[in-house]
Design a protein around this ligand. Sequence first.
Ligand SMILES: Nc1ncnc2c1ncn2[C@@H]1O[C@H](COP(=O)(O)OP(=O)(O)OP(=O)(O)O)[C@@H](O)[C@H]1O
Ligand SMILES: [Mg+2]
Length: 328
Amino acid sequence: MSDVMWTEKYRPKTLKEVVNLKKIITSLNAFLKSSATMPHLLFAGKAGTGKTSIALCIARQILGPNWRSYTLELNASDERGIRMVRERVKSFSRHSRGALGNIPYSIIILDECDQMTASAQTALRRIMETSSRVSRFILIANYSSKIIEPIQSRCAVFRFAAVRKEDMVKHLQIIAEKENLKVIGNTIETIVEFAEGDLRRAINILQTSVRYEKGMMVNEKTVLHVVGQVHPKQIQIMINKALNGKFIEAREILGELMASYGLSGVDIIRQIHRELYKISFLSSEEKAELANIVGEYDFRLTEGANEDIQLSALLAQFTKFTTSRVNS
Ligand SMILES: Nc1ncnc2c1ncn2[C@@H]1O[C@H](COP(=O)(O)OP(=O)(O)OP(=O)(O)O)[C@@H](O)[C@H]1O
Ligand SMILES: [Mg+2]
């Protein structure tokens, strides 16, 4: 099998190929009737739902075959972010109109805008104001609430919801067909269950599962292995250690899970959440309290906090939880 990532191979190239998001596509098409009417855009929402893909489709559609030369794709949380934006805008405004042919403006795609500090956002706002003749911004964030109001009010805001299950299943079936996969039973439905509305994750689970098998086939057992479902026991052991005051040992298991299984912080926290309810020696009040703690750390991770530190802190909270219970 070739090593191309299927998420890239099957990334939509035009708005027509985008799965779901009918309303968003319809209003975008209205904006795109002529390049002059396109406002700055702000895309907000869940991971793996098509935000970056759509931004690239728009750049392709407006700028034509040489779109890459006139598109700046940047991660806003990058320290050099604002400086690069400023330089790009400046160099683009130096071009004379004629030299650019039918390129109306450059497009600047700024990913992870919610990671920018308020002062960086203020600087960005000023650049957006002064450069609107020569550039359009497509800002991407998970949470629009973290974008300062003056920027929001300069953009047309689009909210991306989780991709619907039926649509995900259909999309994976199309990929499976194109890749000549033999899909056993309800494997695709199982993948979609675990992907939680994130189409990128669904495609990645499918591809990784195929890699585990001989021949081009996927079955449910491999999928469960790939999504880390063979490790609930280890998660249980880790939680038990923490709840029994053995913080350092719990942390060691955490380190192993992250390193050897390549699980992300969010994967681990989801599994902790799932396993929590199975612990028989906890009362339902205790489970509720612990679920509350898990919720807090899950949120911090989605906000982009450091995974290792946050998960250690979560285990520390578990340890503290029992200690305080024993002492009270
Ligand atoms: N609506 C969609 N239609 C078709 N493919 C999609 C869609 N959403 C996601 N994908 C698939 O998932 C991959 C990742 O999508 P994309 O990069 O657009 O997500 P994103 O919303 O920008 O996520 P993130 O917030 O993590 O950056 C794409 O390459 C594509 O294969
Ligand atoms: Mg993206």
